[in-house]
Design a protein around this ligand. Structure first.
Ligand SMILES: [Zn+2]
Ligand SMILES: [Zn+2]
Length: 82
């Protein structure tokens, strides 16, 4: 029997290699904040993971964002998380 891939538990902070690699690659490809054009430090999920956990690693669902805009983004909708 092989290893069963566990889906990410909802609402948990994203950690681990897979996310780190994807995130770094995404920021390198999209270095500017999509909201204000400053240097992006974080990657935001366009459709929140709480709604679509299956889109967590989908490139098209990611958005480069700076810390300020990211906080604003989440204050409007949900608690801050990646
Ligand atoms: Zn910004
Ligand atoms: Zn976010």
């Amino acid at each position: 029997m092989g290893k069963v891939k566990q889906p990410l538990p909802e609402g948990k902070r994203l950690t681990g290699c897979r996310w780190t690699i994807l995130r770094n690659r995404f920021i390198r490809a999209n270095p500017m904040c999509a909201r204000c054009g400053k240097v992006a430090e974080q990657v935001h999920h366009v459709i929140p993971r709480a709604q679509r956990p299956d889109l967590t690693y989908v490139w098209d669902n990611l958005m480069s964002i700076c810390t300020d805009c990211h906080m604003k983004e989440h204050n409007l909708t949900e608690k801050p998380r990646f």
